[in-house]
Ligand binder design. Structure first.
Ligand code: OOB
Length: 547
């Protein structure tokens, strides 16, 4: 790649750095040191259970060291970025800790991502390498790797877990330990790039530092009661921020507990693991929590080890919360978080009204939360406004995206979350929805604009508006209103064809519209005066009124 690498940076003003350190939030911990120390302290304890793998802390550490030296021996340079697309397999954590150890920077892709998303991450992060599983969920990731390499966008190395074909096998990596950095990284440096839910267009890259991220899950551990004897089930995709750090797998590693990986979040797969491994904690999105609560009534598996059931990623309504509480033998904890930083939890000892009716309050006394009106002025407590936040683990800017940064951050460094909330006494937040068009499909965030962009490329699509429609199971589903090209109805494409065509463009399956509605025209009277936001709102309202 000829482009000069854009440096990874995430900086807070000096007075805030001093405050976060003085408060003991930022302690100079780093990921390589974290694993090394846990491997000393908890050497023979089980760190990870996934498939046939059952690794102790010593084993995880040994594997990470080997991967780190092996990647450097392959010519990767500290500071370079590596897109990691692995499912819920033990190797995910060995790879990620290996990258940290080598000073390489993981970029977390989800298993569902396809060529469009992966190429975007490689370009935006200027990634030098891509780590994939040979196959996951029936999909051959090596063919995707071939496609990305053929684009000639700077990728030099592909590492494969399993059958590597022409690529480098993870298991073959080896290198002289002398290649490894002698010192731990700067705790203020960027450890990895997480991806945003993508409220407009494709996902943005979120640089998180060692200090800020480790603080977020160490403090989460205290709130969620994660300890050495905790057994945490990763049911959602391991690369997502929720099961990664709220308190997630990293929280559990910090505490010396055990992380169990479920290949699927469905009750059939997960319940057997809960019973066999005596799982104590799990995080789910609302539709899954409802499914679990329903399936628990008739399962032969013993779920009595469950202590805390966390639900987040999308709104859990009070009624749904009641059903979850009634159906499962665990305490409910609502989690309202974002990959950009801020995470809110209901506390385990909160009263029922708070647990059922709010999305919790921030982790940190130094999380600054503002709820403001259109003009940016704070609204009174109990009134709905836009949520802005700043604090010791919330980013101050995206990587390599000036336009998004200008939009998403205020001059004094508050992140505009895009969420509408109201604040109750005690700082508890109740999420009301999104300020801008974006679909929260069972916790997967989808940009209406991104889907519209794809559909507009279809030769028989004249215009399109993509909206979220309330859905009993998913929370929201994707509905595309399409004006076909020409007036010859025989040329009108059929919805399955449009869906297949979009799949063929190499986009994650969760972005394919669930429903396609053909319309003759969008309201002509307002043409030119209507923003897409208003158009989408009107189409949604019309559609729902006819249901
Ligand atoms: C989590 O992170 P992201 O980055 O995938 O999505 C963040 C967005 C929030 O801005 C909000 O719109 C929505 O997801 N959200 C919720 C919610 N939790 C997240 N909306 C309503 N109620 C909730 N409980 O989704 C995430 C990151 C860390 C922990 C948990 C979730």
């Amino acid at each position: 790649m000829t482009d000069k690498p854009i440096p990874l940076r995430q900086t807070w003003p000096a007075e805030l750095v001093a405050r976060y350190r003085a408060a003991g939030h930022w302690r100079g911990e780093t990921f390589p040191a974290l694993l090394r120390e846990r491997a000393e302290r908890f050497a023979e304890r089980t760190a990870i259970v996934g498939g046939d793998d059952r690794w102790t802390y010593a084993e995880l550490h040994r594997r990470a060291e080997t991967i780190a030296a092996g990647l450097l021996a392959r010519g990767l340079q500290p500071g370079e970025r590596v897109v990691v697309q692995l499912g819920n397999i033990a190797a995910f954590y060995a790879v990620v800790f290996g990258l940290f150890r080598a000073g390489l920077v993981p970029v977390y892709a989800l298993p569902a991502h396809r060529s469009t998303e992966i190429a975007h991450f490689v370009r935006k992060a200027q990634a030098a390498a891509y780590v994939v599983a040979d196959r996951y969920d029936g999909f051959d990731h090596r063919s995707l790797a071939r496609e990305i390499l053929a684009l000639g966008i700077g990728l030099r190395e592909v590492v494969v877990v399993g059958d590597a074909a022409e690529f480098t096998a993870l298991d073959s990596l080896a290198g002289d330990p002398a290649l490894l950095p002698r010192e731990d990284p700067d705790p203020q440096s960027v450890a990895f790039l997480q991806i945003s839910g993508g409220s407009t267009g494709l996902s943005k890259l979120i640089p998180r530092t060692h200090d800020d991220y480790i603080y977020s899950f160490r403090a989460s551990n205290a709130i969620c009661g994660i300890r050495e004897d905790s057994v945490y089930l990763v049911a959602l995709p391991a690369a997502h921020n929720f099961p990664m750090s709220s308190p997630g797998a990293f929280g559990v590693f910090h505490a010396g507990g055990t992380v169990v990986l479920s290949p699927s979040p469905a009750p059939e797969a997960a319940f057997a693991l809960v019973a066999r491994e005596r799982v104590t904690d799990v995080g789910l999105v609302p539709p899954l929590a409802l499914l679990w609560a329903q399936a628990a009534a008739s399962t032969p598996h013993d779920l009595s080890s469950l202590r805390v059931l966390q639900v987040g990623g999308a709104k859990l309504t009070p009624e749904a919360a009641r059903r979850v509480v009634a159906g499962l033998p665990a305490r409910l904890q609502q989690v309202f978080g974002m990959a950009e930083g801020l995470v809110n939890y209901t506390r385990l000892d909160d009263d029922e009204d708070t647990i059922l009716g709010t999305q919790g309050r921030p982790i940190s006394p130094d999380d600054e939360v503002l709820v403001v009106d259109d003009a940016g002025n704070p609204v009174p407590e109990g009134e709905v406004g836009y949520l802005l936040t700043r604090g010791p683990y919330t980013i101050r800017g995206y990587h390599n995206d000036d336009a998004a940064n200008a939009r998403s951050f205020t001059a004094d460094g508050f992140y505009r979350t895009g969420d509408m909330v109201l604040r109750r006494p005690g700082g508890y937040l109740v999420v009301q929805g999104r300020a801008h068009d974006h679909i929260n499909r069972a916790g997967e965030k989808i940009s209406a604009e991104e889907v519209e962009d794809h559909l507009l490329a279809h030769p028989q699509v004249f215009d399109v508006a993509v909206v979220s429609i309330p859905d009993e199971y998913l929370g929201e589903r994707i509905c595309a209103f399409v004006i076909p090209r020409g007036d010859d109805s025989s040329s009108k494409p059929r919805p399955p064809e449009i869906k297949a065509w979009m799949r063929g463009r190499g986009v994650a399956a969760f972005k394919i519209p669930d429903q396609i509605v053909f319309v003759a025209a969008f309201d002509q009277t307002a043409v030119g005066k209507t923003s897409r936001k208003e158009l989408r709102a009107r189409l949604r309202a019309d559609f729902l009124s006819k249901q």
